[in-house]
Design a binder for this molecule. Structure first.
Ligand SMILES: Cc1cc2nc3c(=O)[nH]c(=O)nc-3n(C[C@H](O)[C@H](O)[C@H](O)COP(=O)(O)O)c2cc1C
Length: 225
């Protein structure tokens, strides 16, 4: 009887542990913040705000000829969701920047001081992430490039750094967009523009994972594309 009881307890424990498993590709994979990044993620329920950075006039020098490309890096799917909405609304092509070694849920756990992102956050020299490819087919044919990324510790997720440094944005209008739990764009767009060193970078826009096609369309209307 005692042995049967022990077996039942063990089975119950196994079932509850299995229920705790998670997938790196899930949009809900971001760990619950206990030790927060500089700007703590909270809820991602509010609609997109019409927030722009102070550095440029969004409507200035936006080109309308040529093709449009949406480049994005997305660790857990939220940026990809918004990138696809922008591509749908503009008829743009998509290019996904992928880490050669994708970030797992454990890698993204910023509450763990020893996780991949925490180590990279603490030591900038570790942020040079190898990418699957930085070469966009027919790059020269695009004159408008949207570039999207999640906010990590208040800045652009660093897997995108290698893409912007590897490409020549001369003659292109570049429009950053960021996805965050609660933070704004911060300096993420202007930091990427500095890294790139070329291109006409417009103000950025921060969205939440709950962004809809109507939010995107309203924003695009302000760009005059
Ligand atoms: C390492 C890490 C740092 C983050 N830092 C912030 C932050 O500073 N501010 C914020 O609002 N959200 C932060 N977040 C939340 C992400 O920006 C948010 O979950 C985003 O939707 C993820 O986009 P993705 O699914 O495309 O990867 C962070 C997430 C991770 C994994």
């Amino acid at each position: 009887m005692k042995r049967l009881f022990s077996l039942l307890i063990a089975a119950a424990l196994a079932v509850s542990l299995a229920a705790c498993g998670s997938s790196a590709s899930s949009a809900a994979a971001t760990p619950a913040p206990t030790a927060e990044p500089t700007q703590a993620p909270t809820e991602e329920t509010a609609p997109a705000e019409s927030e722009t950075t102070e550095t440029a006039d969004s409507t200035a020098e936006t080109t309308t000829d040529g093709k449009t490309l949406v480049v994005y890096y997305s660790a857990t799917g939220n940026t990809e969701h918004v990138a696809r909405l922008i591509a749908d609304a503009t008829g743009a092509d998509l290019f996904e920047v992928e880490a050669a070694e994708p970030y797992t849920a454990a890698d993204l756990n910023y509450s763990d001081k020893n996780s991949r992102v925490s180590r990279q956050h603490d030591d900038e020299s570790l942020r040079d992430v190898a990418l699957v490819s930085t070469e966009v087919p027919d790059w020269d044919s695009y004159d408008t490039v949207f570039i999207g990324y999640p906010i990590w510790w208040g800045g652009a997720a660093w897997p995108l750094n290698g893409f912007v440094t590897a490409n020549d944005f001369t003659g292109k209008t570049v429009i950053p967009f960021a996805i965050a739990a609660s933070s704004g764009m911060g300096d993420s767009g202007t930091d990427l523009a500095k890294l790139a060193g070329t291109g006409n970078w417009l103000d950025g826009q921060r969205f939440f994972s709950s962004t809809t096609i109507d939010d995107i369309q309203s924003w695009l209307d302000t760009l005059g594309l």
